[in-house]
Write a protein that binds this ligand. Sequence first.
Ligand SMILES: NC(=O)c1ccc[n+]([C@@H]2O[C@H](COP(=O)([O-])OP(=O)(O)OC[C@H]3O[C@@H](n4cnc5c(N)ncnc54)[C@H](O)[C@@H]3O)[C@@H](O)[C@H]2O)c1
Length: 604
Amino acid sequence: MLCASKAASLRAVAALRARPSATSSLSFSTSRAIRNRNVNVPPDGPFGVARALQASSTEPPESTLFAREFSLADRVALVSGAHRGIALEMALAFAEAGARAVYCVDLPKTPDENWVKVREYARALAAAGKTGGGEARLEYVCADVRDQDGMWKVGKTIGDREGRMDVFDVNVNGTLFTAQAAGQQMERFGTGGSIILIASISGHGANKGYPWMSYNTSKSAVLQMARSMACELGAKGIRVNSISPGSIGTTWVLTSYLLAYYITPALPDFKPSVSPRTLSMMSSNSHPAPPGPPPTVPSVLLPELLGFIPQFLLDDIINIANDEARQSVDAMEQFLQRWADARADKPPTSSSSTKDKDADWDPTQEIEQGLVAFQTLLESHVDVAFDFFEAWSMRNIFAVPADLPIVAPHQAGLDLAGAADQPERESELLAEIDELRRKVHAQRKLKRLFTRAVRKSAKDLEHSRTRLDRLAFLRAPQIHALHALPDELQAMYTSVSALPPVDELDPGSAAPTTEPGKRPWETSKTGYLNWAVGQLMERAKEKARDEQVGEDGAAFAEGSAEVGAAVSAAYGVGRAEDLKAVLESVGGDTGKGKDAERMDTRPG
Ligand SMILES: NC(=O)c1ccc[n+]([C@@H]2O[C@H](COP(=O)([O-])OP(=O)(O)OC[C@H]3O[C@@H](n4cnc5c(N)ncnc54)[C@H](O)[C@@H]3O)[C@@H](O)[C@H]2O)c1
């Protein structure tokens, strides 16, 4: 099960615990549905070994399998691995069907309490006449099926003691040795017999997600061994069949792969298995079934139909539902975003109150908050529903026994029992939830701010690009010529500034000279320079006037305004400071002005 929230898990499990009747009523309706289809099944469980383990000494023992349909009266069976699991179930089934003796071969030196209980139950069944007259004796033999000599000896001992050998079954290793041990005795007494090899659905295909190559390969070998052995021994009246169980909740399955999923604190031994009828049909080669309704045995097991272990189906269903939920939230987000964009693009309405509202409206925030709330609600409902679904399926479809608590991985470690009695623990949890909420809120806020900042940057970039487009004319080649101008003006300004200070003895002014009797250019060096510049400028002006009037009288007036102004200014230059004033007026006064000019005209 995926990602159920802690709260959802708590609620689901609490609800499961609070409503035990829900499970039993579902279980009842399943049984009724089977009965309505006229399938001939024994009364509601427990069956077989489970019934034997629960039986009390005061209640009469009850045959729960097929005492009526099949008879193995007086047969002798050898069942390997029958200390527990499927094999012990088979051993009891043979006993119920009237076998004289069933030899259970397994590794432990002595059988455990459960095995002894099953043996006593079989004995009581026989005593109560519920085994069709069969002695129903369970015998325990400690042996390792991988030991060929040892197994052959076991077979011989049984043969010597019972004078026959009729049914044999093995688990994984030692299949061949045990089959040989049984087959030798069957041949020895010439009475034929039945050998059942336990293969597996895993021998027919691989198990995706599980590293079971050796197991699968060994089970494929068992299937092939059964076919070959059947061909070889058929002529001697010995039938050989194989069974391919699907997933059955034995100790092995519960402790290995199923438990990797569902952590269980306590493990009782084997619980009801499937198709004991199939076993019995295979075993009773010569004894006709007593009159009665014919048994109906499903010919195909669910794992064979599915091609994988059925528990995985739960995960698949849950994953699909979670994916659908996520996709629907994504789709809703896209729809709301489109809707918000369309609304933002609409021209504002005339009413001022609506206008104000629209201006304040933050669709991002509203959509985010709404979606988070919706997703949380949806996921918590999906989680609760699938916690129920999963627990119900484990109990009713996969028949996990009622006394085995089901704890889904995401619920492992939760103290569900203690929470209700410990108010301080509850307030701690609530405080923790509040803290988590605060963090989620802060996270959302941060995300909102980030989204807003990203949008603002995008807008600024757009604005800058527009401005740049407007100033694109500055990239024209003639503008580049202007760039050199401020530098030249600055150079001129620097030269002019380096000139000596202006002398107060201005040749053009009416002020008296400091040295009466002397001409202005005779008073000082500055006086001379001022006088000389004045003379030169005067001559230049006269020359220019003569040339322009002579060549083209209108040309002077036809010049551009700028050129006219510059020329007039030039006519006004009579002294060094006049030149300085002209330069300042065209903008070459400071370095700062020049930089500003450069900045404005720089291409982007
Ligand atoms: N349980 C399932 O879902 C399932 C599915 C397909 C096939 N199978 C097959 O059914 C058979 C029984 O499975 P199970 O679930 O009852 O297993 P299990 O582990 O509950 O029982 C197996 C028994 O075999 C005994 N054993 C092991 N090695 C032995 C040896 N070398 N000599 C003698 N005894 C030995 C064990 O002590 C144990 O009592 C196995 O062959 C298994 O591969 C089981």
